[in-house]
Design a protein around this ligand. Structure first.
Ligand SMILES: [Zn+2]
Length: 166
């Protein structure tokens, strides 16, 4: 650490949060030792980066990760909270899958991918949103199906785009 500092690198301590609705801050050691956590959280930035680039890096590393909601291929899942399967989407939490009503996300509307402008606007206006993915067996990876956004954000974005087209 001392050597790194001697080279004049600048420390940026990022906060890692879980990809779950609770957004709890992730711990890096079993006992939650702050020193261990700090060592992992600290990103070292070269002093040769411009002020602007450094700011962008800080902004990027401190942004919370997007919530990811899954359209499961396996329909046999059970919500770890209610033991049922309310709806056809789930969000993975540490103990297992949770249905969206239990995760407090069932008020969000599904907006299928395809309309880039509407997606961008609705996402920007939505205080809460989640990315919806489905696993592709042929491509062997999760693929984005669309977004879950707040109903009002979607309605406002649609109205705004319609007004501009007039
Ligand atoms: Zn549930």
């Amino acid at each position: 650490m001392v050597l790194v500092k001697a080279k004049g690198l600048i420390a940026n301590e990022a906060e890692y949060v879980a990809r779950t609705p609770q957004r709890q801050v992730l711990r890096f050691s079993a006992d939650g030792s702050p020193a261990v956590g700090q060592a992992y959280r600290t990103h070292w930035m070269s002093p040769t980066l411009s002020e602007k680039k450094r700011e962008r890096l800080v902004e990027k590393t401190s942004r919370p990760p997007e919530l990811v909601v899954i359209q499961p291929l396996n329909k046999e899942w059970k919500c770890h909270r209610c033991g049922q399967q309310k709806g056809d989407l789930l969000i993975m939490e540490t103990p297992g899958p949770s249905c969206l009503p239990c995760a407090g996300l069932d008020d969000l509307m599904f907006l299928a991918s395809g309309d880039a402008l509407l997606t961008r606007r609705a996402k920007a206006k939505s205080a809460r949103y989640a990315v919806v993915v489905r696993f592709s067996r042929t491509r062997r990876r999760y693929e984005r199906q669309g977004l879950l956004v707040e109903l009002k954000a979607l309605a406002d974005a649609e109205r705004e785009i319609a007004d501009q087209a007039r």
